[in-house]
Ligand binder design. Structure first.
Ligand SMILES: [Zn+2]
Length: 330
């Protein structure tokens, strides 16, 4: 099966009140863990690479790893550039086999963001590739994207219609309180529940609702949407790690978002935590091991577990592969 775009995925996700998981990939085992889980659950997925991933693994390796996954699975997979910083990076991914790119012009003033995004859209659409834009700025750190809490800003609903119309983008990433990384909120921004676990402030569903009103049926994207699964943070800390006060977005809020116009939910930190938990645990239990296959196998299986959990309990995209394929083949 060839790589697919995201148009059909988003249409079905919108109608069916679920979301497509966009999982960041950096190496073979991450690709395998994600696609094995998605294959077993028959979920459409987006595999995405950041500029940092392309620097780490090289573009060609990533594209061929994803193409290998296509050969051994039967689900629709899109290959997406996460946080394209400029036109050149987007062009290189469009020319190099990606089916979807994000141009992140959110750090630019509104008009410049429109100009840059429009330029990418024109090139991408001429090559059959879809484009995600961004309005508003998330706090946190993800690879080369680093925004302080002071500089973070919610998406302004009054800007979205003009942005979508003038740029021609296919989907829009918005800021409603999610954040990049494993330390999404400072402890003082949170409350603690009965178990002493930090609970972050609720996502701004009111802003999301206003945006939906301005651009009905338009696919919305949530970045920084890992829940920082406490189970993996605990395994890491119990096995020599030091992740104090790691906190993410509660899964019930993400589930609620998935039933709205949010059609794509990005998950990266939870994959990093799962793999690190598996490897740390294995090293502590088997200090005599030195074959990478032994410990990376555990990391890969934890990735598979966390992706399966997300598909079933957060995204709601299990058993949706067939309806997306049917629409693509129509
Ligand atoms: Zn992001």
């Amino acid at each position: 099966m060839p790589l697919v775009g995201t148009k059909e995925m988003f249409k079905k996700a919108y109608e069916g009140k679920y979301a497509i998981g966009a999982f960041n990939v950096n190496n073979m085992e991450i690709v395998q863990g994600i696609t094995e889980a998605a294959g077993e659950l028959q979920s459409p997925i987006i595999l995405q690479c950041s500029a940092g991933a392309r620097k780490y693994a090289k573009h060609q390796y990533l594209v061929h790893l994803v193409k290998a996954a296509l050969e051994v699975s039967d689900i629709p997979i899109a290959l997406h550039l996460d946080h394209g910083p400029d036109f050149e990076t987007c062009k290189s991914c469009i020319d190099g086999g990606f089916t979807s790119v994000m141009i992140d012009g959110s750090s630019h003033p509104f008009k410049e963001n429109i100009e840059l995004t429009k330029k990418v859209v024109e090139y991408a659409h001429a090559h059959g590739v879809v484009v995600e834009g961004e309005l508003g700025q998330l706090a946190g750190i993800e690879d080369d994207v680093n925004v302080s809490a002071e500089n973070a800003s919610y998406t302004q609903p009054e800007e979205v219609q003009e942005f979508v119309e003038k740029t021609g983008v296919d989907s829009l990433a918005i800021a409603i309180g999610t954040s990049h990384g494993a330390f999404k909120f400072k402890p003082e921004q949170c409350t603690r529940n009965a178990d002493g676990v930090l609970v972050p402030p609720e996502l701004r569903f009111d802003i999301l609702a206003e945006i939906e009103k301005k651009i009905p049926q338009f696919p919305i994207v949530l970045h920084g949407a890992s829940s920082v699964v406490p189970k993996y943070v605990k395994i890491i800390n119990d096995n020599g790690g030091k992740l104090a006060d790691a906190v993410g977005i509660p899964e019930d809020q993400l589930r609620k978002a998935a039933t709205s116009a949010v059609c794509k939910i990005n998950i990266d930190s939870d994959l990093r935590l799962a793999m690190t938990a598996g490897i740390r645990e294995h090293f502590c239990e088997h200090p005599e091991h030195f074959d990478p296959r032994q410990y990376i196998t555990v990391g890969r299986s934890y990735i598979k577990d966390v992706v399966a959990h997300k598909i079933k309990n957060v995204l709601g995209s299990d058993n949706r592969a067939a309806e997306v394929m049917a629409l693509i083949n129509k």
